[in-house]
Design a binder for this molecule. Structure first.
Ligand code: ATP
Ligand code: MG
Length: 536
């Protein structure tokens, strides 16, 4: 049995996960960190990594590289250099992005590929240390917007760090895989999930339909610059203003002052995910003056209000891109460090009324969101560990993104005109499903393709509840319904002796539809089967 691990490699943090005896663990590096900053720093010829490197952003920003993953495999002209504003600046290194670093031999240009290899080597060593065996292979997760060149550059960097890549999977698929493994009762069954990955410098969304255990990605959406760093910046500006009011000095005029405020703001923000108030203390912020105090969660929520609204809008946009309504979403899976923030989860709970929001603040069984991607990669790694190449290519269960699928619900029109759905929208093909309906003597059914629609009703609350805390503003109540819009076929049964029939719908990969019916446990005889049709 080979030794394999899963790697999450973010712009801000990386994690390593390992499955052993069916249990997945996120491995700490020798410093004890499970969320390992994707940061490399040089002081003379000494190399620092992880949290130690991140601490260098205050004193030694010019020789510290962070937020570099998204630069891999891209020419300098295609990158957004502003993402690295607090660290060494990315420059044009010809074939790749490069950094001008002082590593004890005068200034030299160091390619982003080399930085990635240095960082990934630290992860490899930490894993080898922990497991006690060399790493034979990894599964690594990348965002859904990575193209062939960027993915190749990531794979090459892993191999340069002595970690052969068995398979590359998408971050949202990894997260969903891990969440399903940990939360069978929340996540089992057919559903539409919105996987929302809120990181440090970017946010990513994927709308994924699960039908019979197969994932189909319906839409993806990305926002660059929307992430935890933006929240840190909002707190930095708030603290700077407060400090200036008191001391008539602007701490943002000095680079080191800014770096100290960023560092402390991030710590305050994280504390406020767990408790309702946080203390902060910064030595010599500006003019030799120390700055300390307390800030509560409500204040933070006020300071960050507009950014929280952006996360919410971002989520709604992703669902719109999939051609769905928020009411179609059954599950919102929150992923990434920023997903720990209670207010974000609460806003999403009200935007997605029908959905289970899976995040620590609203669902106690939720797995730590920042661990999900690494965990999923480890589960997939254990699955494919001893596969050969073609078997790995076939093991798309967790990874499928472009399976052919139905684009409308298909079902039986009932007497009241509503559609009893047999095959939900976004079901991967081929598929065969059936429904059991009551019948006496004879049975007739029409099979329709349908469409989802939303009923909107203005509701004016009646004011007969004296204890009501709610105001009496009218509001719109939205409910989801499915209507049959296009007749696909009809069928009937005669001579039914019992009281139940089964209607079976079969759709081939080529979109050929077959419908049939039979009496359950009885002698019903098929009359005029509708037979087959070709779906659009
Ligand atoms: P990206 O690629 O977007 O930079 P990433 O995948 O590397 O992101 P994550 O670890 O998912 O990074 O997210 C990092 C962000 O999450 C940071 O801004 C960090 O401050 C924030 N974060 C981590 N833990 C918490 C917490 N408990 N509460 C609030 N924010 C948190
Ligand atoms: Mg991430």
């Amino acid at each position: 049995m080979s030794t394999v691990i899963g790697i999450a490699f973010g712009n801000t943090n990386s994690s390593i996960a390992y499955e052993k005896d069916g249990k997945v663990e996120v491995i700490a590096n020798p410093d004890g960190d499970r969320f390992i900053p994707s940061t490399v720093s040089y002081v003379g010829s000494d190399e620092y990594s992880g949290l130690e490197a991140k601490a260098q952003l205050i004193r030694n920003a010019a020789n510290t590289v962070t937020n570099f993953r998204d630069y891999l495999g891209k020419p300098f002209s295609n990158i957004d250099a502003s993402a690295a504003k607090a660290s060494s600046k990315p420059t044009d290194g010809g074939s790749a992005v490069a950094y001008k670093l002082e590593r004890g031999n005068g200034e030299e240009a160091v390619s982003v590929d080399e930085i990635a290899v240095r960082h990934l080597t630290k992860l490899q060593e930490a894993a080898k240390d922990y497991i006690g065996k060399p790493i034979d292979g990894i599964v690594i997760a990348v965002p859904t917007d990575f193209d062939e060149a960027t993915t190749k550059a990531v794979v090459k960097a892993c191999e340069g760090a002595k970690m052969p890549v068995l398979q590359v999977i998408s971050e949202p698929a990894a997260a969903l895989l891990a969440s399903d493994a940990g939360n069978a009762e929340i996540s089992s069954g057919d559903r539409v999930s919105l996987v929302l990955d809120l990181g440090g410098i970017r946010s990513d969304a994927a709308v994924i339909a699960t039908r019979g255990g197969v994932y189909t990605t319906l839409a993806t959406h990305h926002a660059f610059g929307l992430g935890g760093n933006k929240l840190d910046d909002a707190l930095v500006n708030y603290f700077a203003k407060e400090f200036e009011k008191k001391h008539k000095l602007n701490p943002l005029e000095d680079k080191r002052g800014v770096a100290k405020l960023v560092h402390e703001s991030e710590a305050v923000k994280k504390t406020l995910s767990n408790t309702s108030s946080a203390t902060f203390a910064i030595e010599s912020l500006a003019g030799g003056i120390d700055y300390h105090g307390t800030v509560n969660r409500l204040r933070f929520e006020l300071v960050a209000k507009a950014i929280f609204a952006e996360f919410n809008t971002f989520a709604l946009e992703a669902v719109k891109k999939a051609g769905l309504d928020p009411l179609d979403v059954d599950e919102v899976l929150l992923v990434g460090g920023t997903a720990n923030i209670p207010k974000i989860a609460k806003l999403l709970s009200s935007s997605f009324e029908n959905a289970t929001v899976v995040a620590p603040a609203v669902e106690s069984k939720a797995v730590e969101p920042a661990e999900l991607v690494a965990r999923g990669a480890a589960i997939q790694a254990a699955l494919v560990a001893d596969f050969d190449e073609s078997e790995i290519a076939d093991s798309t269960q967790a990874v499928v993104t472009v399976a052919p699928h139905t684009t409308a619900p298909i079902g039986v029109k009932l007497a009241d005109g509503s559609l009893k759905v047999i095959i939900p929208q976004d079901t991967p093909l081929p598929v065969k499903k059936s429904v059991v309906l009551p019948a006496k003597g004879s049975f007739f059914a029409q099979i329709y393709e349908g469409k989802h629609s939303i009923d909107e009703k203005e509701v004016t609350p009646t004011n007969d509840d004296d204890d009501s805390d709610f105001d009496d503003e009218p509001y719109t109540e939205r409910t989801k319904k499915v209507e049959g819009t296009h007749l696909l076929g009809e069928l009937g049964l005669d001579g039914i002796t019992g009281d139940k029939v089964e209607v079976i719908v079969n759709i081939t990969r080529e979109l050929k539809l077959e419908i049939s019916a039979r009496e359950i446990g009885g002698a019903g005889v098929v009359r005029g089967v509708a037979g087959t049709a070709k779906l659009e």
